[in-house]
Ligand binder design. Structure first.
Ligand code: 3HC
Ligand code: NAI
Length: 679
């Protein structure tokens, strides 16, 4: 049980005001549900009380506690939430919900079971369950259509979007909008004392074509491959709402909800929700510097994207390069990007102008002199980067934070050249940096806690998802992804075509198959990196990729690579590559095996990353792969996938591949290694 009271109750005359107090967002976990039920019973049985107001401190309620479902407690008691809403239905005294902040999911369902609802103008209301792989389970599919009509209920439940108080009032979801919701709810409760108690469950769904509306939505969902199991089940429950008596339909909702909540898709969605938010929980640090001005060194692909991300968070930016032409090209590309955003109505003209106003540029590192934060995005070359950090130290303030966007170099070797290595940190953005959410924040050997916290804070201000990584080759993501690419290369040697590998993995859910990714990034980059590191050495896996480099088949930019590209950008097989691959043959390999081998390669390397403590938790690794590498969110992440598969089966598969290929990579030594036993 939490130490603070999860529910507080005070009296205003004959009105009992019950306030949920379960920070930060008043989720309705088991203790909160129990405490609320106890208070409601007390009010119902207290003769001095004639009506009840239910409110929430700061927020009304964000609904069910998503962590509870998988703790072994949530589904053991699926009906308590219903008991609560059911109890509200049986109460003889009127109840009014006073909504501030959010009323989402089970929170809104609680409000729907009250006699009436009042909300603050800033409140947000919605049933987001279908976006979490499942569906409302405490009467939402039954009471919402009775409050707002079937069309609006279909829209809100299928999209999961939240709406403003103003929209909710128009739809009939709220009786009033008031800047003092508790005061207004108290008055309304008093007025309801002498009236017949309104209950949504008694209200009919007025639309005579309600069934046709639901069936039409069902047909649409059946044809739409993107419609989730949650949406389909919610539509079934809505069908019950329009065809069956309330209690029977409510029982259907509960049955669908319980079935879906335990399915892998819903489990993965909850895991993603909680892991994304848990990724950066740093120990509290005092005196975290604020960043209002930044300099970006290098006006290339990454520098431009990083600068755009900073501007969008109203941070002043100076873009710096070695000559005026490069600077100007960078500014022109950024301006074009902002203009495109205006043309697509993603940005107002006013916002574009405001962003351009705080953008400046120039040649030479002196231009970075006044910045609170410098982000370096020059060529991926250790000597160049070391020179930049050495020279920067002469021009910036001693308290300026210096961040490197290196994707593979040793941050500590770069930091050594800075006057204050404790102020050096890695900020590894992903391309395009103004769009991709992931940022690996790299904690160097000398990075101070305040510097690390400042980098995390900036990343969050840019609305990114920071994950802390320690220094190591490829940090978290590139190191793991490399092994996935390597498996794809080895499959080629067993006679599988790039097309089969890409389409198997794309069908499974990867945003792009490995060979399409390689062609997009450019096959020259990894080829040069391998050459710089002294060649592929003993590992035959990279021989075919090296041949592509030698032939100049760099991918999209050269017109051919793992595919051949038409002038319109369309991709087809590359006949020269087909010829090159003709000598590689083997027994047919199924799509399932391709997927398992590539995905479990991610898991094996993830276990080494954990053992080396480069990542703090397996959930962080999953967060990196989903948000930076196109791993399907609905599958949770590679580690989550391995857990669902079951470690026993994973071990058997790994042993089999070891025997068949002789590849020492397939080792079960560290499996399953979790944050709990990574000691
Ligand atoms: N369960 C558990 N934890 C939750 C939660 C939930 N439903 N909603 C929020 N939290 C936690 C977050 O994990 C985070 O924890 P942290 O402080 O330890 O990192 C904290 O609350 C604050 O959340 P955010 O960082 O997301 O804060 P924001 O201010 O950006 O957003 C919010 C607040 C709009 C409430 C957002 O958190 C949200 O959308 N929450 C989910 C709401 C939801 O989907 N509810 C439906 C649940 S399913 C249900 O109710 C089933 C029912 O039908 C029976
Ligand atoms: P790029 O080649 O497009 O741009 C680099 C820019 O830096 C060029 O404009 C160059 O003139 C400038 N530059 C070089 N030396 C400089 C110096 N001494 N002072 C000022 N400017 C200098 O390179 P890109 O792709 O933007 O990469 C930059 C960095 O970001 C590299 O470290 C790379 O590894 C990293 N990165 C790249 C990703 C990508 O997908 N391209 C993804 C994540 C990180």
């Amino acid at each position: 049980m939490p130490h603070h009271p999860v529910v507080e109750s005070v009296r205003s005359g004959d009105i009992s005001i019950i306030t949920l107090s379960n920070p930060p967002v008043n989720t309705l976990g088991r203790p909160a549900r129990r405490a609320l039920l106890v208070e409601l019973e007390r009010a119902e049985n207290d003769e001095a009380v004639s009506a009840v107001v239910i409110a929430g401190r700061n927020n009304f309620s964000a609904g069910a506690d998503l962590a509870e479902f998988d703790s072994g407690e949530g589904l053991a008691e699926p009906t308590l939430h219903l008991t609560l809403t059911g109890y509200l239905d049986t109460m003889t005294k009127p109840t009014v919900a006073a909504i501030d902040g959010v009323a989402l999911g089970g929170g809104l369902e609680l409000a729907l079971a009250c006699s009436a609802r009042v909300a603050h103008p800033r409140a947000k209301l919605g049933l987001p369950e279908t976006t979490l792989g499942f569906m409302p389970g405490a009467g939402g599919t039954q009471r919402l259509p009775r409050a707002v009509g079937i069309e609006a209920a279909l829209d809100l439940i299928v999209t999961g979007r939240s709406i403003s108080s103003a929209e909710a009032e128009t739809l009939g979801l709220l009786e009033a909008v008031d800047p003092d919701p508790v005061g207004a709810a108290t008055q309304l409760a008093r007025r309801l004392v002498s009236a017949a108690k309104p209950r949504l469950r008694d209200r009919a769904i007025a639309e005579p074509l309600a069934e046709a509306f639901v069936d039409s939505a069902k047909r649409f969902a059946a044809r739409n491959p993107k419609a989730s199991a949650g949406v389909k089940a919610a539509l079934e429950a809505l069908r019950s709402a329009v065809t069956k008596p309330f209690d029977e339909a409510l029982a259907d909702e509960l049955e669908f909800f319980v079935r879906l909540a335990g399915e892998p898709e819903a489990r993965a969605a909850r895991y993603r929700f909680l892991s994304d938010r848990a990724a950066v929980r740093l120990r509290p640090v005092e005196n975290v510097p604020d960043v209002t001005t930044a300099a970006v060194i290098g006006a290339g692909t990454m520098g431009r994207g990083i600068a755009l991300a900073l501007l969008s968070a109203s941070i002043e930016v100076t873009l710096i390069d070695t000559d005026a032409d490069r600077v100007n090209a960078g500014i022109a590309a950024m301006t074009a990007d902002l203009d495109r955003a205006v043309a697509r109505m993603r940005l107002t003209e006013g916002d574009r102008d405001a962003q351009l106003k705080i953008l400046s540029s120039g040649v030479g590192l002196e231009k970075a002199a006044s910045a609170d934060l410098v982000i370096e995005a020059v060529f991926e070359n250790l000597d160049v980067k070391r020179d930049v950090f050495r020279a920067l130290s002469d021009v910036v303030r001693p308290d300026t934070i210096l961040a490197s966007n290196t994707s593979s170099l040793d941050l500590n070797l770069i930091a050594q050249t800075a006057a204050h290595p404790e102020r050096v940190v890695g900020m590894h953005f992903f391309s395009p940096a103004n769009i991709m959410r992931l940022v690996e924040v790299v904690d160097g050997g000398d990075t101070s806690p305040a510097t690390l916290a400042a980098a995390v804070k900036v990343a969050k201000r840019l609305r990114k998802l920071p994950v802390v990584a320690q220094v190591g080759p490829g940090f978290i993501g590139n190191r793991i992804f490399d092994q996935y690419i390597r498996q794809a290369q080895l499959l080629l040697r067993e006679g599988v075509s790039p097309q089969q590998i890409d389409s198997a993995l794309e069908r499974w859910g990867m945003a792009m198959g490995p060979f399409r990714v390689l062609d997009l990034v450019g096959n020259d980059i990894s080829w040069m990196a391998r050459k710089a590191a002294g060649g592929a050495g003993e590992d035959v896996a990279w021989q075919i990729a090296d041949a592509l480099g030698e032939n100049g088949w760099f991918g999209r930019k050269s017109g051919s690579g793992w595919y051949r590209y038409g002038d319109d950008g369309s991709a087809g097989p590359n006949p020269d590559l087909t010829e090159l691959l003709a000598s590689f043959t083997g027994p047919q390999i199924s799509d399932d095996e391709i997927v398992r081998r590539c995905i479990l390669a991610l898991v094996i390397e993830a276990s080494h990353v954990l053992a080396d403590r480069v990542a703090a938790t397996s959930a962080d690794i999953d967060t990196v792969m989903v948000n930076g590498y196109g791993f399907p969110a609905r599958r949770g992440g590679p580690w989550f996938f391995a857990e669902l598969t079951g470690w026993e089966l994973v071990q058997l598969l790994v042993k089999r591949w070891r025997e068949r290929t002789g590849d020492s990579f397939w080792s079960t030594a560290d499996l399953p290694l979790t944050e709990k036993n990574a000691s």
